[in-house]
Ligand binder design. Structure first.
Ligand code: F6R
Length: 625
């Protein structure tokens, strides 16, 4: 949460910083600001709200400065007002700082600094940092900005990434990483830092991700990396495989809509990467190719999955697949709960962390906790950690020894869509691999599932084509609805949760997802003619049950919307409105049934005139607890 960017080089910094911040707005958009050094002064301009407010404020006052830092904020400490916006400065306005993260001991530091005469103007945790750096520059042995920042960060507790400039050091930009992401970009005579690569990819693809406890000194001549003890480190940049056009809307009105339409391509890419191309026989070796070491799977007795939000929903589908296909008992936990109340230790347990960003603080902390509590135990209790992420270069990528990379490409819309489908594909591959190796399903069954999976991209395209106008039409009718209920059972229960989450987060309409059979135990009291019910009904194990549960809702006057295969006559009679998907086996249906729910949420939010890609109060990368 919060995005930071920095530039030093030979071009005017302001526009580079603004365009970088545009690419980072998904990390927060409560306020924005930039600071540059020009003619011996720090020029700092900040504005409440989105970046365009900052842009308008900057137009008359932008300088040709060639060094600067910028910030887009997701408020943690202090309301989203201009005085709390970053960059923050010291009293003499010589040092400017942007921060992503939380300084946990800021109250103590603030008190100490107040006693030395410092006055603060914001309610943020960040403001102590420029004051502390200024104090160190004035009083201690620190003879350079680098040294003052190094000493300052050794006083800070928490998870943070910083960029610092000073009017007195006009050729130096200091960047710090401590448990919040920060990449350094290497151009020709110009250097960048940013919370995420999209902010710099249009300038350079040579990047270096700082590790925790590292400080970078950027000058027009190059980049030096140090640890917090002040030792110089030798590190080389790597080349990014990210095309700048991936972060454009390409004719779609919103990134979210573009990303929904990219899903068939995501499924194709996953099939190509995870499954062997020769499908004529599934004889050894395994038809699945995840590149995971056999020791991860051997004698496996239990799986625990930790995740948040949409990734948690994908994990629930994963649990269903792993338990039903591979017969391994699997529990799914909210990472934020599990980290403080883990299950009793069990032997031969695989712990999977699912996070598209690879930066979700709770998911990372749950994995660290699991690793630490197992490290002194007997071999069978040792942590076996597996990550599932869309960002292999992320903190998760650096923490876990083994990973399944999801292949969604960069996702800009704050509401997760294509990354969810990519996570589902990772779980299909994992469950099938486990089932194959443990011989828990007949070869013919596995072969059929794999063949059917290969039909999904085309079925998804058909579903997308038929849904656009249907969901738009329904959105028109439901734009002012206040409550929605989503029902599903079995493998489609997580899809009901996901449909409700998508609607809540981008349209601000209250929505709940329930297992259809649970309605009669309480929530059915909510139903009347004003509360539409969306039910996911796919022929299979629980089809008739979902249809009966839907009838119960209809009997309470709810308008019933059915997400169900095209050809089903029985369903057509029960539902008031249909959002048909292509014919599909129940086991694979979540990859299709989620599509109309994403489109419904999208069109309702767009109809309500809301900012679909950047819904209020949210951020794409949740790097705070
Ligand atoms: C919903 C959404 C969030 C994320 C959650 C976890 O559309 O995007 O619920 O799924 O914040 O994020 P990751 O997967 O990055 O750990």
């Amino acid at each position: 949460m919060c995005g930071i960017v920095g530039y030093i080089g030979t071009q005017a910094a302001t526009e580079i910083l603004l365009s970088g911040l545009e690419k980072l707005e998904y990390r927060g958009y409560d306020s924005a600001g930039i600071a540059t050094v020009w003619e011996g002064e720090v020029n700092c301009v900040r504005a409440k709200g989105k970046l365009h407010n900052l842009r308008s404020k900057l137009e008359p006052v932008a300088t040709p400065a060639q060094i600067g830092i910028g910030h887009t904020r997701w408020a943690t400490h202090g309301k989203p007002e201009e005085h709390n916006a970053h960059p923050h400065m010291d009293m003499a306005m010589r040092v400017a700082v942007v921060q992503n993260g939380i300084i946990e001991n800021y109250r103590d530091l603030r008190e100490e600094l107040k006693q030395k005469g410092h006055q603060f103007i914001s309610e943020t945790d960040t403001e102590v940092i420029p004051h502390l750096i200024a104090e160190l520059l004035k009083t201690s042995s620190s003879s350079s900005l680098l040294e003052a920042v190094r000493q300052a960060v050794n006083h800070l507790e928490g998870a943070f990434a910083l960029a610092v400039i000073s009017a007195d050091y006009p050729d130096e930009l200091i960047a710090v990483r401590q448990q919040a992401p920060l990449v350094i970009g290497f151009g020709q005579g110009e250097f960048f830092c940013a919370s995420d690569t999209p902010a710099i990819v249009s300038h350079t693809r040579a990047v270096l991700s700082l590790e925790n406890g590292e400080i970078a000194r950027l000058t027009p001549l190059g980049v030096e990396i140090y640890n917090f003890a002040g030792d110089r480190l030798r590190k080389q940049p790597r080349m990014l495989n990210l095309n700048p056009t991936m972060v454009e809307k390409q004719g779609f009105k919103h990134f979210m809509l573009k990303e929904i339409y990219e899903q068939p391509g995501v499924v194709r890419a996953s099939l190509e990467a995870y499954f062997n191309s020769d499908r004529s026989s599934i004889d050894t070796p395994s038809p699945v190719n995840l590149g995971l070491p056999p020791k991860l799977y051997s004698d496996l007795e239990q799986i625990h999955i930790v995740a948040c939000g949409t990734s948690w929903h994908a994990a629930l589908v994963g649990k269903y697949l792993i338990e039903q296909l591979a017969g391994i008992s699997t529990q799914v936990h909210y990472a934020s709960e599990y980290r403080y109340a883990p299950s009793p230790l069990t032997p031969n347990t695989l712990i999977i962390g699912v996070t598209q960003s690879g930066e979700t603080a709770d998911t990372l902390a749950a994995l660290v906790m699991e690793k630490e509590r197992r490290q002194d135990k007997e071999p069978q209790y040792q942590a076996r950690l597996l990550g599932i992420t869309n960002r292999p270069e992320s903190s998760l990528g650096r923490m876990v020894p083994d990973m399944i990379n999801t292949l969604a490409g960069i996702e800009i819309g704050v509401a997760a869509t294509k990354t969810f489908v990519a996570q589902l594909m990772a779980f299909y591959a994992l469950a099938l691999d486990l089932a194959y190796l443990r011989q828990t399903a007949a070869k013919e069954t596995l072969e059929k599932i794999i063949n059917d999976l290969h039909q999904i991209p085309q079925k998804m395209e058909t579903t997308l084509a038929s849904q656009e106008s249907l969901t738009e039409h329904l959105a028109h009718e439901f734009a002012d609805t206040q409550d929605f209920i989503f029902l599903g059972r079995g493998i489609n229960y997580p899809i009901a949760l996901e449909g409700a989450l998508k609607l809540k987060e981008i349209s601000y309409i209250h929505a709940e997802g329930y297992p259809a059979g649970e309605m009669k135990h309480g929530p059915i009291a909510l139903l009347d003619a004003k509360v539409p019910v969306v039910a996911i009904a796919v022929p299979g194990n629980v089809y008739e049950k979902v249809l009966s549960n839907s009838q119960e809702a209809k009997a309470r006057d709810s308008r019933l919307i059915g997400v169900t295969p095209v050809k089903d006559g029985e369903a057509a009679e029960i539902f008031n409105d249909l959002l048909p998907v292509s014919d599909v086996d129940e086991l694979l249906s979540p990859i299709l049934t989620v599509v109309p729910l994403q489109l419904l949420a999208y069109h309702i939010a767009a109809r309500r005139g809301l900012d679909v890609d950047q819904p209020r109060n949210l951020a794409k990368s949740v790097t705070v607890e």
